[in-house]
Design a protein around this ligand. Structure first.
Ligand SMILES: C[S@@+](CC[C@H](N)C(=O)[O-])C[C@H]1O[C@@H](n2cnc3c(N)ncnc32)[C@H](O)[C@@H]1O
Length: 335
């Protein structure tokens, strides 16, 4: 049974890793992946859908976290990027590559097919999850798949506060605890807590998340079909990457919190005839050349934040700032 699950996950990993996209093949593989994991752990519908709320954002409940698997391009690109990162490190060193996966969800979705492609001498993982029922499900899935030999540690803890026991042993940090525009969930405080504990050459996945302000074209839907630019860039609002975190933490005193700087964007009324919707775009560099671009996934659909249809002023100024509080996100003020 375990051998069969591992063989099926290995085939799924091969499809997810492909450079070319055959959407039918991808969605069949994702369905098969879903059947394997839901066959191992099916949810009681009571009580398991509850999300957890903290003063720095929320953690999705078990059933919602399980559903992330079905975002086909998201799952494909993360699995592909993780395997590419492992292979990059494996080409430089003979030792085991240690992955810390923060926010595993109930199926350790982004690692499960990956583990089917490597030996437990080559890849190790520490699995960190805050939600108790999600954590129990994830352990059951790892066991049923026969992947326990890969696991260094199961950690039931809050990744925004957790102090890693042996941080220098970690080679890759993986976390997908986000929504579009880095809304609501805890990707930012998780990465800001864990990444600075690691070696400076440890790989962060996703490597970079960029949320930018844009003006969308009135006919943006048509433009995306013809390949024309569907928006006008105003500028970056927040970038979450190793470089940015190092830059922001450089001048901090002990115990001082990072504040994301505010940006002011100006929109001219002339441009509104063609581009009348202010939106936030999210682009995600998973690893190196593996990206989730706008519209690829639920994580990268544009978020409309202001419609100009009734306005007649000459120009508009907007101040935008990313804030980590009980409901993290980009705060927007019209000036
Ligand atoms: C969006 S789901 C994604 C699940 C899985 N990583 C995937 O990609 O399919 C995020 C998961 O991270 C967990 N999580 C969120 N915040 C967390 C935190 N502060 N510490 C540990 N786990 C967290 C949630 O409980 C949830 O299971």
């Amino acid at each position: 049974m375990r051998k069969q699950i591992q063989a099926d996950l290995s085939n799924i990993a091969d499809v997810l890793r492909k450079e070319t996209l055959n959407y039918k093949e991808l969605s069949e593989s994702i369905n098969e992946f879903q059947e394997i994991v839901s066959g191992i752990h099916s949810f009681r519908k009571d009580g398991e859908i509850e999300s957890l709320h903290f003063d720095n954002g929320m953690a999705l409940g078990t059933s919602y976290a399980a559903m992330c698997l079905k975002d086909c391009m998201r799952t494909k690109m993360f699995v592909k990027g993780i395997m590419e990162a492992i292979d990059t490190l494996a080409s430089k060193s003979m030792g085991a590559i240690h992955i810390l996966y923060a926010g595993t969800g109930p199926y350790a979705t982004l690692l499960l097919p990956v583990l089917a492609k490597y030996s437990s001498e080559r890849v190790k993982c520490s699995l960190l999850e805050v939600n108790a029922s999600t954590f129990e499900s994830m352990k059951a899935v790892i066991k049923e798949c026969g992947f326990e030999d890969f696991v260094v540690e199961y950690i039931h803890a809050d990744a925004t506060q957790f102090e890693i026991d042996n941080p220098k042993s970690i080679d890759i940090l993986v976390s997908e605890t986000m929504q579009r525009a880095l809304d609501s969930e805890q990707q930012v405080p998780i990465v800001m807590n864990l990444l600075p504990q690691l070696r400076s050459d440890a790989i962060l996945i996703p490597e970079k998340i960029d949320v930018s302000a844009v003006q969308m074209r009135i006919d943006w839907m048509h433009a995306t079909k013809t390949g024309d630019p569907f928006c006008k860039q105003l500028g970056s609002v927040i970038e979450l990457s190793r470089n940015e975190i190092e830059r922001m933490t450089a001048g901090l005193k002990h115990g001082e919190q990072i504040q994301f700087s505010s940006k002011v964007f100006t929109v001219s009324s002339a441009s509104l005839k063609t581009h009348n919707e202010l939106s936030l775009l999210t682009e995600i560099q998973i690893f190196d050349t593996t990206w989730l671009r706008t519209f690829d996934s639920g994580l990268t659909v544009p978020k409309g934040v202001y419609s100009f249809s009734d306005d007649t002023e000459k120009e508009f100024k907007f101040k935008m700032q990313y804030v980590v509080d009980g409901d993290p996100g980009v705060r927007i003020e019209r000036q």
